[in-house]
Design a protein around this ligand. Structure first.
Ligand code: GLU
Length: 576
């Protein structure tokens, strides 16, 4: 669906401090679509966060200002997915083609080392054993990222960016079906703390119903302070002491996050990783994310195939797509990690000759038996990371402003409700579970092993795209753990190869290989063509409905359009 801009028109509400009340839900009013083209466009997974970004654009803010306002608003209205207790990556693409990235990925405490996730016998602990402990929590990066990006490119005053989120936290917002569903069966995560239990569950432990007004004065106060005092309120002084103490108290053995870990956090600006696809220039986040590299590889390896001629309804098209993804993910598992700690051959991985060599492995007639990582230039020997813990937190949003600057920002607390630990009205991430739990494989150190101060490997892929004339045309990304680069590359192919509108490109059926298993989206036409994929040599085929959550802004002939994955629509309603 194409999102139309939403005026911030919070329904009059019965406001009860710090608690949730059920009331008749109302939706913000829609304004005409042309309004978007004048001031820019905002895509976000939640309409209230989209409205926050639009309000900032309407005040004369630019894409960076609006994206920060969206990130802050999502902390309030989408507590299951992202927020200031987590981190993210922001890719800024100027109208003149300059692209820079901001790395707000969480860092492991200095006390963390390769054995962080090993039990007494030296075996890796399970995800379940660690996720709701301080072991999983990295130093949150989103506020530092916002401050760095704002200093570099923002135009409105810092405190202005916080106002929509403060209003949502103080006056409350209505839980939608998505939040309700996320809370179901998650009381041992979202309800780890008394704060989480009392805000998101009823006294008898049931998740708040859709349509319930949720008021979060603790978060409103935190946001007000950071708005007034700047990022130092979060990273320095007493607030930092308490944040570290909260995490350390939940860490087995008590040796966890310290004040120094928090005060020394930085969100660096990093070079973007760029490639091309059919004369479009595609740029994204480099390490510690694997996402930008994977998207560029998937596309680059497909360039020699005429996908437009094959067509979007042809199983061969999607077979080729999957084969390209398998090759890209083999590289991802072996090489991708925090390049401040291990050598990542970024340039070699996206070099055109390397991608051509890898592409030559792909056959339109049959699936590869074995998929192994390649040997790009610049390789240093590391071992593969086979662990892939379940993930489904995260939110992607994208903004373009009146000057044509694009911001693509993916924000995460990792899994649903992060670690479940709360502080200052928000959930703290469990991002450290994105590290490999095993530090060694076959006697060789794993690239993505835990190390003090290191950032865990990510799949997040906020991307910006320039058309063959060098003009900004698309800012896109997704949530959904390891499915992110696949959702993103699929949508880019939909636009570039099949000439689809962004809403149709985001709505293309999902297909992905998880190891040797090919997963086809349930209830899509792909699922009805299992036999065709089997004939192409895919032996292990399953159907499922993974949580899909891509979104972006796209320049059409009549102006910029914002869209989110149409599969989200039903879940955004506030009615029961
Ligand atoms: N933490 C994940 C990553 O950085 C994203 C989680 C998700 O999208 O569900 O790759």
């Amino acid at each position: 669906m194409t999102m139309r801009p939403l005026l911030i028109a919070l329904p009059a509400a019965l406001v009860l401090s710090g608690c949730a009340t059920l009331e008749k839900p109302g939706e913000p009013a829609l304004s005409p679509p042309q309004a978007q083209a004048r001031t820019g466009a905002v895509s976000a997974a939640d309409p209230r966060a989209q409205a926050a970004g639009e309000a900032i654009l309407a005040k004369g803010g630019n894409a960076t200002d609006a994206a920060i306002a969206v990130m802050l608003a999502l902390t309030v209205v989408e507590p299951q997915s992202s927020g200031i207790g987590g981190g993210g990556f922001l890719v800024h693409g100027s109208a003149d083609g300059t692209v820079v990235t901001f790395d707000g990925r969480e860092t492991a405490p200095a006390a963390a080392g390769p054995n962080w996730f090993l039990g007494k016998e030296g075996d890796p602990l399970s995800y379940r054993e660690v996720v709701t402990t301080g072991l999983s929590v990295g130093v949150p990066g989103n506020i530092a990222l916002a401050a760095k990006a704002h200093a570099a490119n923002g135009s409105l005053a810092w405190e202005e960016l916080f106002q929509p989120a403060i209003v949502l936290a103080r006056d409350g917002f209505l839980a939608n079906r998505r939040l309700h569903q996320s809370l179901e069966g998650q009381i041992d995560r979202a309800g780890v703390t008394e704060f989480g239990r009392s805000l998101y569950y009823t006294a008898d432990g049931a998740p708040v119903a859709a349509g319930t007004r949720i008021v979060n004065p603790a978060l409103a106060e935190t946001l007000e302070r950071i708005a007034a005092l700047g990022p130092d309120h979060f990273y320095k002084g007493q607030y930092a002491d308490k944040l570290a103490a909260t995490v350390a108290a939940a860490t087995p053995g008590g040796i966890g996050m310290t004040r120094d870990d928090v005060t020394s956090y930085e969100a660096p600006m990093r070079n973007a990783v760029c490639g091309s696809y059919r004369d479009y220039r595609i740029c994204g986040m480099g390490p510690p994310s694997s996402g930008g590299i994977a998207v560029i590889q998937i596309l680059g390896q497909l360039e020699r195939f005429d996908l437009a001629a094959l067509g979007a309804d042809n199983p061969v098209t999607w077979h080729l797509f999957v084969e390209s993804q398998r090759l890209a993910y083999a590289d991802r598992e072996l090489y991708a990690a925090d390049a401040d700690f291990v050598s990542v051959p970024v340039r070699g991985l996206v070099a055109r000759d390397y991608l051509a060599e890898r592409s030559a492995l792909i056959s339109p007639d049959t699936a590869l038996d074995d998929v192994a990582a390649g040997r790009p230039r610049g390789v240093v020997t590391v071992a593969s990371d086979g662990d892939e813990p379940p993930e489904n937190g995260t939110s992607h949003f994208a903004v373009v402003d009146a000057e044509g600057a694009m911001v693509s920002y993916t924000s995460t607390i990792e899994g649903p409700f992060g670690s479940g630990l709360t502080y200052g009205g928000f959930f703290l991430n469990n991002e450290l579970t994105d590290f490999s739990f095993s530090p060694m494989r076959d006697g060789v150190p794993v690239a993505n092993r835990v190390e003090g101060g290191k950032r865990p490997r990510s799949s997040m892929a906020p991307m910006v795209v320039y058309d063959p004339q060098g003009e900004p045309v698309l800012a896109i990304g997704a949530a959904g753990g390891s499915t992110i680069p696949v959702q993103t590359a699929r949508s880019i192919i939909g636009i570039i190869d099949f000439g689809l509108d962004i809403e149709d490109a985001l709505g293309l059926p999902f297909i992905m290989a998880f190891g040797d298993r090919l997963l086809l989206e349930e209830s899509s036409w792909l699922a009805d063509r299992k036999a065709a994929f089997a004939a192409l040599g895919h032996d292990d085929i399953a159907t499922a409905s993974p949580p899909l959550k891509a979104g972006g802004v796209y320049r059409t002939q009549t102006g910029w359009v914002a869209a989110r994955d149409p599969r989200l629509d039903g879940l955004l309603e506030t009615q029961e």
